[in-house]
Design a protein around this ligand. Structure first.
Ligand SMILES: *Cc1c(COP(=O)(O)O)cnc(C)c1O
Length: 456
């Protein structure tokens, strides 16, 4: 048991100096973003009205394989990176599996998640452009926390629209953001036009990421010197999150380990996209083969039951259209406890990789997820975020299959964050009151019927 280390840390000098852009190695690129008014591919100019200039350029770049990480961002990363790669010896033992299980832990920073990797990059580019502030949405609160911290660091104002049910369930998360100086508004609110429209159409709405995005975009575009930033889904976010995969690959190479299966939870796809990118690059170039598994909640099953079609990224239809696996921009997911996975769509890059058969997707129910979270907490000593526990669930299931087949597979999963702000959800689980919700086909069809009619 002591032949290999528990934790593998790269040294600071081994921190990757460039992000990796997996789109550069895709022969069939993800479909372009479409302008919501003209339905033509968006230009850099029109994107720059909503997003920071440099980030708009990254969004549209599908040819540069590597993009250098600016020195100030690298310095910031050194506060919490390289993050550890951990061998889950005790979980392996509890499962009595011949499989080796490794996890990359991204919860060791103030946001308690991988979100800070992109927040610092986005705040840096906003500051460099001379902006006054940024607006955003947050679901469970990890992204809002990450952006609040990064904004405070660079001296930017930060305005956060927080999905209402999370705002009410997680008052402590809200206070963390306020401590970093952010202004936090529950969404749908009555302070934006789109918020008022959504409240009128769905009285008592508990909110969704799609709603909060529309509000944040309206806020940014109606304020001088502000831009909107997004914590997931977009290509630029996957690019920044590639730091997770690059570090994982370097650490595994140090150990002489080639993974067989790489697993991540998928909300908008940023941690999964970041974790698998460099490995997927090898698969795309024909250098190596891996199995990639995206895990999503059965209550919000975009990859496993959604349509691959152009759709709006937000409920208010102000953002560009994206071709992705979607449940429909009007879809209101049930109040699942994995707030970070309640998004109707998915990264266009991951969607295209799934459509090409290069990646697999599966869904799991909440109670299955919390059972895995409890076992992981008890064996590995880390209390996982409910989102992360989706990946744990499937990693455990794959390890159990190895027990049955006797195969000694090497399984790597992304442990995206800690669950200390999710104790309400853990409480429901501990009290045996957690319910599973799986939408019916009829419910999904009703939502698909409202997809925009766009070719592609
Ligand atoms: C936001 C979040 C996720 C899901 O977002 P992705 O963009 O799909 O990675 C997963 N885990 C945690 C802890 C999060 O905060």
């Amino acid at each position: 048991m002591n032949m290999m280390p528990y934790k593998t840390y790269l040294s600071e000098n081994e921190l990757p100096k460039a992000w990796y852009n997996v789109r550069a190695d895709m022969k069939m690129k993800p479909a372009p973003l479409l302008d919501p008014t003209t339905l033509k591919p968006v230009s850099a100019d029109s994107l720059e009205r909503v997003f920071c200039k440099e980030l708009a350029a990254q969004e549209l770049d599908d040819t540069s394989a590597y993009i250098a990480i600016p020195g100030e961002i690298l310095d910031f990363y050194k506060m919490f990176r390289p993050s550890p790669l951990i061998r889950a010896y005790f979980l392996e033992k509890a499962l009595n599996t011949p499989a080796e299980i490794y996890y990359k832990f991204e919860g060791n920073n103030t946001s308690g998640s991988h979100k800070l990797n992109s927040a610092v990059a986005q705040a840096y580019y906003a500051k460099k452009q001379g902006l006054k502030g940024v607006t955003t949405e947050t679901g469970a609160g990890q992204w809002g926390t990450a952006l609040s911290m990064a904004s405070a660091f660079f001296g930017l104002d930060c305005r956060v629209y927080m999905v209402k049910c999370s705002y009410e369930q997680k008052p402590h998360r809200r206070e963390v953001m306020r401590t970093y100086g952010a202004n936090v508004t529950p969404s749908p609110s009555m302070t934006t036009e789109v918020g008022r429209r959504i409240n009128a159409a769905h009285p008592g709405a508990t909110g969704s990421l799609g709603c909060a995005i529309s509000e944040a975009v309206e806020d940014a575009t109606s304020r001088e010197g502000y831009r909107y930033v997004l914590g997931s889904v977009l290509n630029q976010v996957l690019l920044h999150q590639s730091i997770i995969g690059l570090e994982t690959k370097a650490a595994l190479e140090k150990l002489g380990v080639k993974p067989d299966i790489i697993i991540g939870c998928a909300g908008g796809g940023s941690n999964l996209g970041g974790l698998i990118s460099p490995f997927m690059g090898e698969k795309l170039r024909g250098e190596n083969d891996y199995r990639f598994i995206a895990v999503e909640p059965a209550s919000c099953p975009s990859l496993t039951r959604g349509r691959y079609a152009y759709d709006f990224c937000d409920t208010g239809r102000v953002c560009p259209l994206m071709k992705m696996y979607t449940l429909g921009h009007d879809y209101m997911p049930s109040a699942s406890h994995a707030g970070g996975l309640r998004y109707h769509g998915m990264s266009s890059t991951l969607s295209e990789l799934l459509a090409q058969g290069l990646m697999e997707a599966t869904s799991v129910t909440q109670t299955q997820v919390f059972e895995a979270a409890r076992m992981f907490a008890r064996t590995e000593g880390l209390l996982p975020a409910p989102e992360s526990a989706h990946a744990i669930r499937v990693a455990m299931d794959e390890a159990v299959k190895c027990r049955e087949s006797g195969e000694k597979k090497r399984i790597v999963f992304g442990l995206t964050g800690t669950g200390y702000f999710d104790m309400f959800a853990y409480g429901k689980f501990n009290d045996g009151e957690m319910k599973d919700y799986i939408p019916s086909d009829a419910e999904l069809e009703e939502s698909f019927a409202k997809l925009p009619k766009v070719e592609g």
